[in-house]
Design a protein. Sequence first.
Length: 145
Amino acid sequence: MDIHLVKNIQNDRFARLAGIELIKVDPGYALASMAVEDKHLNGVDMVQGGALFTLGDYAFAAACNAGGQPTVGINVSMSFIKSPRGKIITAEAKEVSTQRRLCTYQVNIYDEDRSLTAAMLCTGYIKRQDPPPPDIQGESVDDGK
């Protein structure tokens, strides 16, 4: 697991604002939770869809970046199944497939009773990491003179 990429995920300011906590992360897997607060509710006192999306997206980001390659989401399909009950919602992200530049993850969002409330299918683009700069210390430079 690349600790720097996980640290970047843990420093996600929007997730922090939403009150999301990363519970477990391994390459290809992540579990995140969110305590439902008044700020997460929509006008009819149900958990707002964007709050569920943010929780699932955060779990996806943690799972796909934990392997060491910087990865960004490029497509998400989300189905809202039922309104969550209880005060804690969890998102579990699992790798479905990874290829050279694309990865696919299934993210399930559960309520406090472990009932499935939403499901996401996420596609990520695995970015190329720039090679580290060459160590020029001690190298001679031929300037043509």
